[in-house]
Design a protein around this ligand. Structure first.
Ligand code: PDD
Length: 283
């Protein structure tokens, strides 16, 4: 594979793209990211991801990269140069290159790196059969609303899930589910969709925001509040959402099977609505 990637203003073959060993993204995880999905060669939810990127940068007092105003064009160029029909574009901004120091550098130029990933996102095993999850203590930092690249703990939680023979982990803090390792978490009871409300505790999912809007438009009842693993195990259905998983049903939580152990009707319907609406709005 030799994709064309984007690094600091240049399109390069991936094996020639380089970032300094002094980059603060590398040394301090001083970086934020976004993942925009691609369907039929078009971008999904671009405006939402751009807005959240701007917010993440602002919360960390990180300057915008000089190509900030060209991001739509760069996304499209990467889709086109790499013939991406389905998959995503990964974007990362770091505070830039500076000698190692805990103080933020004064004049560093932000680093901007972007690359494409071609992969099926509409048809997947998880979409067809549903996912199994285990619960794991949430040991991440306290500003999960900022989309930083500090992904070691989520990555460890994912490995705990794999070691347990399941697909993913739901993170639990003070007895309540926060979210999945890389997705937002929901349960459905008596037709009501329940998901944790927005705060510093979870990422403000772009997919979450659209799903809650589509659910309301379809006259579904949504309740934004905390829930426990025990409540989730007794729910009728459960699901997760993210840019790349859309809506994917969860059919087992800590060994307890939900309903008939296959994706339930509401999660299935929400996935259909989400894909249909996203396809219409893709740019
Ligand atoms: N993950 N919560 C966490 C911790 C996430 O990492 C993500 C996204 C989400 C869902 O956000 P959105 O709907 O905006 O994708 C929630 C991305 C896809 C990733 O890390 O690859």
């Amino acid at each position: 594979m030799n994709r064309t990637v984007f690094v600091n203003g240049e399109y390069l073959p991936e094996d020639q793209a380089k970032v300094s060993i002094f980059d603060r993204g590398f040394l301090m995880a001083d970086a934020v990211y976004e993942v925009v999905s691609v369907m039929d060669g078009k971008l999904l939810e671009f405006a939402g991801h751009l807005k959240r990127l701007e917010r993440s940068l602002g919360e960390l007092n990180m300057a915008k990269p000089k190509d900030f105003d060209n991001l739509l064009e760069i996304h499209r160029e990467l889709v086109s140069r790499n013939n991406v029909l389905e998959g995503g574009i990964y974007l990362q901004v770091t505070r830039g290159v500076a000698d190692r120091d805990f103080e933020f550098p004064k004049n560093a130029e932000p680093t901007l790196v972007m690359f494409s990933q071609q992969r099926p996102i509409i048809e997947s095993i998880a979409a067809a059969s549903g996912m199994k999850v285990i619960s794991v203590e949430d040991q991440r930092w306290g500003r999960r609303d900022i989309k930083t690249v500090q992904l070691l703990y989520p990555s460890m939680a994912k490995m705990m899930a794999k070691a347990a023979g399941v697909d993913d982990a739901w993170l639990v803090e003070d007895g309540f589910v926060t979210e999945g390792t890389s997705n937002n978490a929901y349960i459905i009871k008596n037709g009501k969709i329940i998901t944790r409300s927005l705060s510093h505790d979870i990422l403000h999912g772009i997919t979450r925001s659209s799903i809650l809007r589509y659910a309301a438009e379809a006259q579904m009842v949504v309740e934004e509040r905390n829930f426990t693993i025990a409540e989730a195990q007794n729910a009728d259905e459960a699901f997760i959402s993210s840019a790349s998983a859309f809506v994917t049903a969860v059919v087992q939580i800590d060994g307890a099977t939900l309903g008939e152990g296959k994706p339930g009707p509401i999660a299935h319907r929400l996935r259909e609505i989400y894909i249909e609406e996203s396809r219409k709005a893709a740019i």
